[in-house]
Design a protein. Structure first.
Length: 288
């Protein structure tokens, strides 16, 4: 297949590109700057130099592809609502280019707003600000073959600059590795390369489901993550109030643990990378 990938230079998107190329597919990747475009081209990938606001360019690239994977998202949390609306518009644009065809679109979302133990069939809370999945479902109702890949809150691996890396930085700054309440709210985790395989397998099997869960560790207590960070940094581990976490408080106190049994069965997906706590026990995560 010829696959158009947004976020092709990002943490998840670059792994998806690598996975697709390794399986013999052709990839065109979106890059928003000249330096990122140069780096992407050096991997043998076709490049579209544009931004998420270049609707005509996105539409044309999607129309020229056999499948589309949308992993891009602006993670400037000071503009979170604007980023959510931008994401919705991008999905609408990509879906419009595939309308009337059987060519699939995979979009990306998280686990926020899902109850503990949710399955792929569980609907997200419609009040959640991120509308990735809602827009995907709306596009499906218009006849587009589209599905959502729900990512675990920790898509881990050395080089990760995501949520766990934020917790490590916060612990260094505050002198304590903290959790909220009793710390028994659970997160899910998935190794980055395992997550990428979910996208490839879903595309190769024709995107037959509305939702896939890229989740390997289904329930890791937040306190266990804090304890590991504290041990690695030789810092105390203790409960703290929500103010300690600032903008991250909702994530730190959330329970984001779901089942991926259906995804595993349908795709024949067996995670192969290290589990979350084992991966986070590497010294590379804690180097300044």
């Amino acid at each position: 297949m010829h696959v158009f990938v947004t976020g092709a230079t990002g943490w998840v998107g670059s792994a998806v590109v690598r996975e697709l190329i390794g399986a013999g597919h052709q990839v065109t990747g979106l890059a928003r700057s000249a330096d990122k475009a140069t780096a992407l081209a050096a991997t043998g990938v076709g490049v579209l130099l544009a931004t998420l606001d270049d609707a005509d360019a996105l539409r044309a690239a999607a129309a020229a592809a056999d499948a589309v994977v949308h992993t891009a998202f602006n993670h400037d949390f000071s503009r979170f609502m604007e980023s959510c609306e931008q994401d919705r518009r991008v999905i609408e644009t990509l879906a419009s280019a595939l309308s009337g065809s059987a060519r699939p679109l995979l979009v990306t979302s998280g686990l926020s707003g899902l109850p503990r133990g949710a399955t792929e069939a569980t609907r997200t809370n419609p009040a959640m600000p991120r509308k990735s999945e809602a827009e995907a479902r709306a596009s499906a109702e218009r006849g587009v073959r589209v599905a959502t890949v729900r990512l675990a809150p920790s898509v881990h691996g050395l080089g990760d600059h995501g949520f766990v890396s934020f917790l490590i930085r916060l612990a260094k700054q505050k002198g304590v590795s903290a959790y909220i309440g009793d710390g028994q709210n659970c997160w899910s985790g998935v190794f980055r390369l395992d997550a990428a395989r979910v996208y490839r397998l879903a595309l190769e099997q024709g995107v037959t489901e509305p939702v896939y869960h890229a989740v390997a560790d289904e329930a890791v207590p937040f306190k266990a993550i804090a304890e590991l960070i504290g041990r690695r940094l030789n810092l105390p581990v203790a409960p703290r109030d929500r103010e300690h976490f600032g903008w991250f408080a909702n994530m730190a106190g959330a329970d984001m643990s779901v089942s991926s049994a259906r995804t595993r069965a349908l795709l024949g997906w067996t995670p192969q990378g290290p589990h979350l706590l084992a991966d986070l026990d590497q010294p590379g995560y804690y180097a300044d």
